[in-house]
Structures are given as structure tokens and as C-alpha cells.
Design a protein around this ligand. Structure first.
Ligand code: GLV
Ligand code: MN
Ligand code: MN
Length: 426
């Protein structure tokens, strides 16, 4: 039954925001986002979940059949468990990054109900807004503002490529920008967060496992490099007379590759804006956005310092748009989920459940940084490709992901004693 529920939700989302490449353009506070938010609200209503929207716009749908309200339960020492992810996408992103976690969370509610499970603590399904930062440049804006890691002042002043501010986008979506801010009342309800996500890399296919538990997220950030020059005619301006902003940018792109290789990091310049943007004009301004990540924080910082120094020699301005240090997920929670999954299939011998780190950022990482015990489950991606229309997970693995999430939620929402972790009391 849960497979059918998963499949029908998946079909319902398939065309929303789909573009010619076969990928998706689902950016925060656009009509596509509104359609997705309305879809989410309708799915929650169908299940009788109690939908609340926090001060940032993140949607939380609570299932609590116990005595009193969710807040009463939390006050009585029963903090909630939240599961879910996001529905927005990068430009021409894949179908799975985000929606797999939201659809799996809703299917988990169905599956628990079919099994007659009544959680001992409140359970929420969450749809985080603006995880990718595709429109306004700051990834995980929804969870960052929620937890106080991005100030509302800074968020409201962010602009999209058309010059629309975040505040204007909120207003156009029917929200009051003055509402935007950290939301302790919402956070207080969340004792644990588990985000299921498509694997963004290629490890599980070689390990022969459909699901892994996450260990940590690499430190990562985004920087904007502005190179200035002088617009002039491409045919009549002598090479020695030119001030071509593109040359500094070209050095950034090649330098990023070179320095990242030397320092064991990854660096990407995936977005560029050229002014005036004419084939036959010398560029007067080029803005390139650098995304840098790596396993070692000091190496990522050194990489960015080196590239900033090189760009500075051309007079470029460099602005950091976001930075997230190394994030380690709650080790005890991760061990507990691994043990649950190892036993879940009912196999005679416990299964071995892989543990993977990742270079991708997630709302679960932002919540973890805010002190909410958080964990992630990754579902096998046979090609490892992500942020592309080619992103994929086999349907059987999606269903296995739901079963894994069901097992984890059953355990986390049950007040019977937690299992012992590696010989120690959990
Ligand atoms: C989010 O997907 C990121 O890591 O950029
Ligand atoms: Mn993503
Ligand atoms: Mn994601």
C-alpha cells in the first residue's frame, strides 16, 4: 500500500516546474513553488495532519493523537520527531533532490498507520522552503533563518537575477516580510530530525546497499567575484588598450580547478553574469560565483584565500555569500539508526549499513548546527549524478528508502527503551 501511495504522489509531482531539458525549475516563492506548497498542504490535509507554517514559511504537518496539543506533549517531556526535506530545485535540477525526502516522509505516515502504529511522541512531516538558494543565492535559507543562522535583515535584502528582493518575493507570495525571523516556538517542538535524501555521489551502487546513514557534511561556501573592465568595441579596440573584465574571470575559473586539485578540495564556478553581454563588446563587468568545498576546513579556507588574492591583483571585489563549517551528525543517533536498519529486514544476520559523508549541504546539517539531534538517510543513486536531469533512483530503492524511514521513525517515536549502541547504553 505504501508503495502505491509513494507512486501516486511521485506521479502528481512529475510535471510541476518541468522544463525542456527534462529537469526542474522550482525556485522559492515562485508560482511553481506555490503549486508545490499547495500540493503539500493538500496531502497533509488528506491525512488529517495539523499543518502549521513557521515565521520563515517552512511547512510543518503534525500527527499527534496523544493527550493535549503538540506543545503539551513537548512540555511533558515528549519532544517531537520530524521527517522531510525540501521541494525546491536548482536550475534544471533532478526530480529526486528534495522531493524524495518529502514524498517518503508522507508515505511513512501512511505505512505507520497501515501497521497500526500510534507514535508515543508527536511526528511532523516538514517541507523546508528555499533549500537550494537557486533564486536568492543563499542555500538552506529556510532553515538558516529558522535557526538564527541567517538574519532576517540580510535575507530580506537578498536579490534575485531580476533585482527582486526577498522581501518583495515574500509579499508577492502573500506573506508578510515582517514575520520573517528565527522561530524558537517551532524549533522547540523538534527533538529529532531525520532527512531522507537521494545519494549525491556514487558509493552505494558499489557497496551493494540501497540505503546509508550519513556521518558528516564537508565545510562549504559560496563567494561572489566581481571583475571590472571597460566596455568597448570588439573590432576597433587594440588589445593593449583593452580593460577586459573577462580575463580576471577566466583566471578565477582555471585557478579554482588548479588550486582545488592541489588542496584536495572541489571548486566550481557554475554561474556567471556578463555586462553588457554582447558578442562584439569587451566585457565591462563579469561576476562569477565560486562554490568551494572539501573534507578539510583549513584547506577550503586556504583555497578561497588564494583565489581571492589572485583576483585582488586585478582589482576584483570578493564577497562571501554563505559559509557552513564542517557538520557532524549526532553520532549516537546515527548509531541507533544503523542498528535499527541492520535489524529491519528481519534477516537472520544483521545487515551491514554503510555510513557516508557528503559534500552536499542540507537542512539537516543546519538543524544539527543549531543543536537539534539530526540524521540523514541516503538512497542509492546508480549513476551518482545530481543537480542534473540525469539524477536517478530506482523505484525499488525509493520504496526501500520508505521502509528504512518507517523503521527509524517507529523506533524514534516509541518510548520503550532505546537499543544499546555498540555495547554502551544509548
Ligand atoms: C545543496 O544541494 C548544495 O549542496 O548545494
Ligand atoms: Mn541540492
Ligand atoms: Mn537536497
Amino acid at each position: 500500500m505504501s508503495s502505491a501511495a509513494f507512486d501516486s504522489m511521485w506521479s502528481a509531482l512529475e510535471q510541476v516546474g518541468r522544463v525542456g531539458s527534462g529537469g526542474y525549475r522550482r525556485f522559492a516563492w515562485t508560482p511553481e513553488d506555490r503549486t508545490l506548497r499547495e500540493w503539500f498542504a493538500a496531502e497533509c490535509a488528506r491525512r488529517g495532519l495539523d499543518l502549521t507554517v513557521d515565521r520563515v514559511g517552512n511547512q510543518w504537518a503534525w500527527w499527534w493523537d496523544g493527550p493535549g496539543t503538540v506543545d503539551d506533549a513537548v512540555a511533558a517531556g515528549r519532544p517531537g520527531v520530524a521527517i522531510g526535506s525540501h521541494l525546491d530545485s536548482v536550475p534544471d535540477g533532478g526530480a529526486f533532490d528534495g522531493p524524495l525526502g518529502v514524498v517518503s516522509a508522507l508515505a511513512t505516515v501512511d505505512r505507520l498507520r497501515e501497521a497500526g502504529v500510534r507514535p508515543d511522541v508527536p511526528l511532523a512531516v516538514v517541507n523546508f522552503v528555499d533549500e537550494e538558494g537557486a533564486r536568492f543565492g543563499v542555500a538552506c535559507a529556510g532553515s538558516r533563518v529558522l535557526t538564527g543562522q541567517l538574519t532576517p535583515e540580510r535575507a530580506l535584502a537578498l536579490r534575485d537575477a531580476d533585482g527582486t528582493t526577498y522581501a518583495e518575493a515574500l509579499r508577492a507570495a502573500g506573506r508578510d516580510p515582517a514575520e520573517l525571523g528565527p522561530d524558537d516556538e517551532t524549533l522547540r517542538r523538534v527533538g529529532t530530525f531525520v532527512e531522507l535524501h537521494v545519494e549525491q555521489g556514487r558509493a552505494l551502487v558499489d557497496l551493494g546497499a540501497p540505503v546509508a546513514v550519513a556521518s558528516d557534511i564537508w565545510p562549504h561556501g559560496r563567494w561572489r567575484f566581481d571583475f571590472s573592465g571597460e566596455a568597448n568595441h570588439a573590432g576597433t579596440t587594440r588589445l593593449e588598450d583593452r580593460r577586459d573584465a573577462m580575463l580576471g574571470y577566466a583566471d578565477l575559473v582555471l585557478g579554482a580547478r588548479h588550486v582545488a586539485t592541489q588542496r584536495g578540495c572541489v571548486a566550481t564556478v557554475g554561474k556567471v553574469a556578463v555586462t553588457p553581454g554582447a558578442v562584439n563588446a569587451v566585457p565591462s563587468r563579469v561576476t562569477g560565483w565560486l562554490d568551494a568545498r572539501g573534507p578539510q576546513e583549513d584547506q577550503v579556507r586556504a583555497l578561497v584565500d588564494e583565489l581571492t588574492g589572485r583576483a585582488g591583483e586585478t582589482g576584483a571585489q570578493v564577497v562571501r555569500e554563505s559559509w557552513t563549517p564542517t557538520t557532524r551528525f549526532d553520532a549516537a543517533l546515527g548509531d541507533r539508526l544503523r542498528q535499527v536498519l541492520a535489524r529491519a529486514g528481519g534477516a537472520a544476520e544483521p545487515l551491514s549499513v554503510p555510513v557516508l559523508g557528503t559534500g552536499a549541504g542540507h537542512d539537516a546539517g543546519i538543524l544539527a548546527t543549531a543543536g537539534v539531534p539530526s540524521a540523514m538517510l541516503f538512497v542509492r543513486n546508480p549513476t551518482g549524478v545530481s543537480h542534473s536531469p540525469a539524477e536517478h533512483a530506482e523505484r525499488a530503492d525509493c520504496h526501500a528508502g520508505v521502509e528504512a524511514l518507517v523503521a527509524c521513525v517507529r523506533d524514534l517515536t516509541s518510548l520503550r527503551a532505546a537499543p544499546a549502541a555498540d555495547g554502551a547504553d544509548a
